[in-house]
Design a binder for this molecule. Sequence first.
Ligand SMILES: [Zn+2]
Length: 289
Amino acid sequence: MAATMSLPSQALNIFTCEPEYAALATELAPEASIYSATSALQDPHHVQARPSLIAKLRRADLMICAGSELEIGWLPMLQMKSNNPKVRDGQPGVLYAADVVDALGKLDKVDRSMGDVHAGGNPHFHFSPTRIEQIAEAITAKLILLDPSSKAVYQQKLADFRERWQQAESKWAQQAQPLKGQKVVAYHSSYLYLFDWLGMEQIGDLEPKPGLPPTTSHLASLLELTETNKPMAIIYTGYQDSRGANWLSKRAGVPALQLPFGPGVDGIDTLFELYDKVIADLLAAAAEK
Ligand SMILES: [Zn+2]
C-alpha cells in the first residue's frame, strides 16, 4: 500500500547548554524535543560530563550554547565523547550565542592570574532583551536549515515571539525606571547585561577574582566600599554561596537578594516569567532602601 498520508516533519532533538536557551527554543520550536544540560541552580562554567549528558548530545540535531568560553571546561569533552558529527563545531547543528551577539566586557589581554575570566567577553547574555531577540533569530535560521519543510511554521513562531517580546520589553523598561542609577554589589558578573540594560551599576564583586569565592580580606574591602558608596542590595544567584553576601549584608546594613538565574526555578518556566520576577524582586529591594 502506498503511503499517501503526509507525515508531520520529524521532531528535532535540541540540546542546550543552559536553561535560558531551552526556554527560548521552546518558544520557537514547540514541537521539538528540548533538553538543557544544566539547570539555573548549576554553575554553567563547571559541569560534569556525565554519561546521561553524553547520551543526550549523541541524539541531538541542534546544540545551542552560550559560547565565548563559558562551557570550555566541559563541552569539548562532551562533544568528543558523544561522537555525534551533527554537533561538531562548524557543523550546521551548532549554534553559539556568542557568534551572533556583541559581548560586553571583552578583554584585550588575559592571563591565568586574573582568574576564571571571560576573555572573549561576558557570556551570560540572557538578561539582555536585545541579544535574546538576536539569538532567537539565529535559532530560527538553524531550525529552517535543519528542517526546511517547516520553514513557514518557524517563521511564524519567530514573528509571534518577537511581537510578545518587544511588548514585554517596553513594559519592563517602564517598570524598571526606579532602578536606573541604583548601585549593587553582586556575585560574579552574572547579571552584567541586566545592569547594563537597566542602567544599574555594579560597584563591587563578591569574587576577589572571577571564579574565586569571596575571601575575608576581600569582604572587608567591600564593606569599606559600601560605607562610602551605599548599594541598594547585594545580589547573588541560586548556585552561588550565600555566606559572603550574608556576611556583608549584616555588616553593611544592605539587603542580600537572591535572584533566579534562569527558567526552571521558583516556578519560572519562560524567559518572560524570569524577567518579570527579577525586575519585581529588584523593585521590591529598591523600595525598601
Ligand atoms: Zn561567568
